[in-house]
Write a protein that binds this ligand. Sequence first.
Ligand SMILES: [Zn+2]
Length: 371
Amino acid sequence: MSVSHSILNGAPSIKHRTMANNMETEMPKAFRLHCERSGRDQAVQPINYAKAADTPSFVISLDFEMFWGVAAFRSLPSYRRNVEGEWSAIPRMLALFRKNAIRATWATVGMVMCRDHAEWRKIRPEPMPTYSRPGLSTYNHDAAAREHPTLFFARPLVEQILATPGQELASHTYSHFYCGEQGTTPEQFSADLACARKAASALGAQYKSIVFPRNQLRAEYVALLPQNGFHVYRGNPQNWIYQTGDVVPGGLAGRGVRFLDAWLPLSGPGVARPTACNRMVEVTASAFLRPWSPRLAAFESIRLERIKRSMTVAARTGGCYHLWWHPHNFGVNLDANLAVVETLVSHYNRLRDRYGMQSRCMGDFAGLVVN
Ligand SMILES: [Zn+2]
């Protein structure tokens, strides 16, 4: 992943603010240096902030993208059932969230909000993305979007999200824009975000939060977020094996570690605290909730135990446990996948009663920079 340092260059001072005391404190020098070196603004668990007794949080974010999010990587026949299944999965997830007062962030691809193919054809950013690998552009899928509109456009689902209490509509960019790919420019990213804002405002919504497609975080793109109206973004888990988003370090071995990490606590509990830096809050992800698999059903209790233990660590230490997945992951085996979430929500309910853990959407942390 290419990392620029521009996000921090020229910053007169870097402030940190915690949810609990809402006080701004000058960042320790060691942390500031870390920021400057790495180009990242999220905590390396320094130092004085740990004193703040923040309320423990349970965060869920969902990357809602229909076929746009996988169009460059999967064929439509091979993944069609998953995407079609979102029409059932999302209402049932919303019902579960409503019943348990779970606040969730729905990071939605702007194109999903278009009414139909004709409207989608009318909305184009200026300039358009110019990937070095042209196959990445979602604008290539004109014919498929016209022939199979329900796999690409899902405005009624977005309206259901907006109508459900506690749900946050966030952005997953307009076109599932790949910030980590060669050939794009910051101007193209800003133009994409302008289209995303337009799509949301047509539904009466305004964004606070964003999730980068394929978790491709680049500091020079993060630096553009405040001027585009965003306050919060999802960071990658702090363990090195996840820091580079969709680029897995160590090749096959790294992939193996990421896979096994769902069952064995190889990367630790993944608990972090939302942190503010340069007018943005990073709500670091803890783990990707893998879809339930019949092949791995025998190990399911181990996987659930791994997640529950990590949630408990967050609850006990005042940290944040942030789980994310895609609705299309639930497009097949929906009952089994929902049963997993129900189990985790029940565990959260126990942690809420015992430790005061709170369900929060990403936008709830915007106050760390907005006040
Ligand atoms: Zn995505």
